[in-house]
Design a protein around this ligand. Structure first.
Ligand code: B12
Ligand code: SF4
Length: 512
C-alpha cells in the first residue's frame, strides 16, 4: 500500500498579479523530501482549491493536511478549506502553521477543524509531528489525538488534550544553511510565480536569513521569531539565485528577509554573491544600517544591481521611534535616502501613521517629513500604513518558552483580541492586521490619511506599476500637482476616479 502523503496547502492570500512562490510550503516540502510523499496545493493559483484538495484526499491516503496561514485575508479561506476537509475526513489530522497560528495560537487551536498548531520554524516540528502521529491516533472534537502524550515532546507544538490547550515549549531556531535547498520543481510550472515587476519580466523571490534580531514593539516579526536571527551563508544564497536564474529563467530577485543587512561585515559576502549573480534585486533594510554603511559598501551595492530597498521609516519623531524601540532615528532615514540617491537606489519608505499618543499631530508631522524626503529624492516610494501594533509576547515568555501574547487588547483603548479564527475574519480585524485601520483613529483622521495617500500616490505614481502607460503617469502627476503643493488634500475625488480608471497599483496592498 502507498505511504500516506502530506498535503501542503497555501490558502488564497492575494490576487493573481501578486502571486509569488509559497516559500513556507517549499521549505516544509524540502524537509519532507525522501521522507514523506507530499503535494503542494496553492490557492493563489487554483480557484477550485477545496474541490482539488478533497480530490487529492480521495485519490490516496493522507497522513495530514498542513496549511500555512497569514493573519488577515488568508484566514477565511483557511477556515473554509479546513472545515470542508474536517466534514469529509473527520479522522485526518489538520495542522496550521505560519504567522497567524504562531501569533495567536489560542485562537487558532480554538476551532473544531484545527488539531495542531506549529509555532515558529516549521521544518523539524512537522517531521517530528508526522513521526508521532501513528502513535497519537486520530483527532476527536475535544482532543487532537487519541493519545496526546505521543506529541508532548514536539517542541513548538500547540494541541488540544481532553478539552484543555497545551503549548509545548518553543523550538530553538535552526540556521538556514542546515536546512535543505528548496525543491522548486514541486511547484510544477514556475512561470506563474515569476512575475513581471519594474525590475524584470520574471521576478523570483528568496528568503536568505530566518527571523530578525530586533524587537520593535509594533512588529509581528519580533513575536514570531522572539528577537533572533539566523543568517544564510553567501554560498547558499548564490546557489539558490543561480538555480532560479539558470534553470528557471528568473531575471530579477526579491529578497524577503525581514532585515537583509544584519551587520555590515556579514552583509559584504552576501552583496558579493548578489553581484556575482548579476540580477537586479530588492530587499528590506533598516535605515540605521544603510546610513552606517561605508562608501565602499555602497559602491559594492551599486555594482551588485540593488534597485530598491524597503525601509521601515515608521514616523517623523525620534520620541515616537524610541517608544517603538525601533533603534533608529529620523536622521538615519534622511541619511539612508541621501545614500540611496547617490548610488542610484530607490528607497521604498514605509510609515505607520497615527499612534495612540497624539495621532493627529503625528500624522501631520509625518506628512511634512514625507514632503521633505520627496524633495531630497523625488523617486523615493512611500508606503503609508496606519499604526496598529501586533500584540507582543508576555514579558518573560522568552525564558518560559510560552508563546502567548502579552497584550489582550489591540492597543491601550483597543478591543480585546479575538478568540476564534472566525472572529479574526471580521472586517475590522482584517483592517487592523493589514494596517488599514486602528481602534483609536476617528473618521476624520482616517479620511485625512486616505486623502493624503491619494494625492501623494497620484503626484508620484509608483514605479512598481509596470502596466501604467507613460501618458497615464503624466496625467496623474499633472492633476495632483496643485493639491500636493498647496496642501489641499481633502476629498480628491477627481484623482480617485482617474486612478481607478487607470487601475493604479497600491504597493501597500500587494507588495512589489
Ligand atoms: C510573501 C509575503 C506576502 C505575500 C504572500 C504571497 C504568497 N506567496 O502567498 C502577500 C503579498 C500576499 C502578503 C500579504 C500580506 N502580508 Co505578508 N509577507 C510576505 C513575506 C514577505 C514573505 C513570506 C515568506 O515567504 N517567508 C518565507 C518562509 C520560508 O517563511 P515563513 O512563511 O515564516 O514559514 C516558516 C514558518 O512560518 C513555518 N510555517 C509557515 N507555514 C507553515 C505551515 C505549517 C503546516 C507548518 C508546520 C509550519 C509553517 O515554517 C516555515 C519554514 O520554517 C513576509 C515577510 C517574511 N520574510 O516572512 C510578509 C509577512 C508574513 N506579511 C505580513 C503581513 C501583515 C501581510 C498582510 C496581512 C498585511 C500587509 N499589508 O502586509 C498582507 C495581506 C494582504 C493580502 N491581500 O493578503 C507580516 C506578518 C506579520 C504579522 N503581524 O502578522 C510579514 C511578516 C511582513 C511584516 N514584516 O510585517 N504577504
Ligand atoms: S520592524 Fe523590522 S527591524 Fe523591527 S522587529 Fe520588525 S522586522 Fe525587525
Amino acid at each position: 500500500m502507498a505511504r500516506p502523503h502530506v498535503l501542503l496547502v497555501n490558502p488564497r492570500a492575494c490576487s493573481r498579479r501578486a502571486v509569488r512562490m509559497p516559500l513556507s510550503l517549499l521549505a516544509l516540502g524540502a524537509a519532507l523530501e525522501g521522507r514523506h510523499p507530499y503535494r503542494i496545493l496553492d490557492g493563489n493559483l487554483d480557484p477550485r482549491l477545496i474541490d482539488n484538495t478533497l480530490g487529492a484526499l480521495a485519490e490516496a491516503p493522507a497522513a495530514a493536511l498542513a496549511l500555512t496561514v497569514m493573519p488577515g485575508p488568508q484566514v477565511a479561506p483557511a477556515i473554509a478549506l479546513s472545515a470542508a476537509v474536517r466534514a469529509a475526513h473527520p479522522r485526518l489530522p489538520i495542522v496550521w502553521g505560519g504567522y497567524f497560528p504562531t501569533l495567536y495560537p489560542e485562537a487558532a487551536i480554538n476551532a473544531p477543524y484545527v488539531d495542531y498548531v506549529v509555532r515558529g520554524q516549521g521544518e523539524d516540528a512537522l517531521l517530528e509531528l508526522l513521526a508521532a502521529l501513528p502513535d497519537a491516533g486520530p483527532p476527536s472534537p475535544a482532543a487532537s489525538a487519541r493519545d496526546p502524550r505521543a506529541v508532548r515532546g514536539v517542541r513548538g507544538l500547540t494541541f488540544k488534550d481532553g478539552g484543555a490547550v497545551r503549548h509545548n515549549p518553543d523550538r530553538p531556531l535552526r540556521p538556514p544553511d542546515e536546512l535543505p535547498p528548496l525543491p522548486y520543481d514541486r511547484l510544477g510550472d514556475l512561470a506563474p510565480y515569476l512575475r513581471p515587476s519594474f525590475m524584470g519580466r520574471r521576478t523570483a523571490v528568496h528568503q536568505a536569513a530566518i527571523g530578525c534580531r530586533y524587537r520593535c514593539t509594533f512588529c509581528g516579526v519580533a513575536s514570531m521569531w522572539n528577537g533572533s536571527t539566523r543568517l544564510q551563508g553567501a554560498g547558499r544564497l548564490l546557489a539558490a539565485g543561480r538555480t532560479l536564474k539558470e534553470r528557471y529563467g528568473a531575471d530579477a530577485l526579491q529578497l524577503y528577509d525581514h532585515n537583509f543587512f544584519d551587520r555590515e561585515a556579514t552583509s559584504l559576502p552576501l552583496i558579493e554573491a548578489l553581484a556575482a549573480l548579476g540580477l537586479p534585486w530588492w530587499c528590506y533594510a533598516r535605515a540605521d544600517a544603510l546610513a552606517g554603511f561605508s562608501t565602499n559598501t555602497w559602491r559594492r551595492l551599486e555594482r551588485s544591481r540593488l534597485r530598491m530597498v524597503y525601509v521601515g521609516a515608521e514616523t517623523a519623531s525620534d520620541e515616537a521611534l524610541k517608544r517603538m524601540r525601533k533603534g533608529s532615528r529620523v536622521e538615519h532615514t534622511f541619511e539612508a535616502v541621501r545614500r540611496c540617491r547617490a548610488h542610484g537606489v530607490i528607497p521604498e519608505l514605509s510609515f505607520i501613521l497615527g499612534g495612540p499618543e497624539d495621532p493627529a499631530g503625528e500624522i501631520e508631522r509625518t506628512f511634512r517629513l514625507i514632503k521633505r524626503l520627496k524633495a531630497l529624492h523625488p523617486e523615493c516610494e512611500v508606503v503609508l500604513y496606519l499604526y496598529s501594533p501586533t500584540p507582543q509576547r508576555r514579558p518573560g515568555a522568552r525564558s518560559t518558552g510560552l508563546p502567548l501574547p502579552s497584550l489582550e487588547r489591540y492597543g491601550p483603548q483597543g478591543p480585546p483580541l479575538p478568540t476564534t479564527p472566525e472572529e479574526w475574519t471580521e472586517k475590522r480585524w482584517v483592517d487592523f492586521v493589514c494596517h488599514r485601520d486602528a481602534p483609536w483613529l476617528d473618521r476624520h483622521l482616517r479620511r485625512r490619511v486616505r486623502d493624503f495617500a491619494t494625492v501623494l500616490g497620484c503626484r508620484f505614481p509608483t514605479v512598481q506599476d509596470a502596466s501604467l502607460p507613460p501618458w497615464g503617469r503624466a496625467l496623474l502627476k499633472t492633476l495632483a500637482s496643485w493639491r500636493y503643493w498647496s496642501g489641499v488634500y481633502r476629498n480628491p475625488r477627481e484623482l480617485r476616479l482617474v486612478a481607478d480608471w487607470l487601475a493604479l497599483r497600491r504597493p501597500q496592498d500587494e507588495s512589489l
